[in-house]
Write a protein that binds this ligand. Sequence first.
Ligand SMILES: Cc1cc2nc3c(=O)[nH]c(=O)nc-3n(C[C@H](O)[C@H](O)[C@H](O)COP(=O)(O)O)c2cc1C
Length: 185
Amino acid sequence: MKIIVGVTGASGVVLAKKLIDELKKTCEVHVILSESAKKVTAIEIKGDSAKSMKGNFNYSEKQMDATVSSSSNLCDAMVVVPCSMKTLSSIAHGFENNLITRCAHIFMRCKKPLVIVPRETPLDQIQIENMLKCSRAGAIILPPVPGFYTNPKSVDDITNFVVGKILDCLEIKNDIYKRWKNTGD
Ligand SMILES: Cc1cc2nc3c(=O)[nH]c(=O)nc-3n(C[C@H](O)[C@H](O)[C@H](O)COP(=O)(O)O)c2cc1C
């Protein structure tokens, strides 16, 4: 599978790092970093984002002429993780101002899987409406909210839960998070 991962400057870049590492085990991964994602990575992961978020192919948000910017390049799915409210708004309004929002629209136009992981709290009505717009256009909205029934003990547990849910949406088999089980008495 060929997967595009768009990483924006919302909190939670560790989710992107974990997802990219998992996807690289079985998929061809194309990573697009926004300029703000690089800044947030420096704060949250304390490293060089270009090194810690490495896919098989790597692009900056400004590379509008990258191969993946055309629907003639057949990719199987795209994930925007974490997705800032700014990028969410651009996607919701068809504003293809960078390579991430351009690619997101290719997936919506072509009715292919697009998973958006929006990160902000609390949310205002505009942001909620933007999620609804994207959902109506076919995107999967997957907020990075853990299931507390797994009794998470660490940030890793929470990260794995969210990344496992993203992989489930992509129909990629994984056992990186504890699934709910109740087999009765
Ligand atoms: C440490 C840090 C954390 C941030 N977290 C969020 C966030 O969770 N959600 C959000 O919408 N914006 C967040 N921002 C603001 C975005 O980085 C900013 O809106 C930026 O313009 C987003 O650009 P992009 O979508 O092109 O990456 C954060 C900024 C910093 C510096």
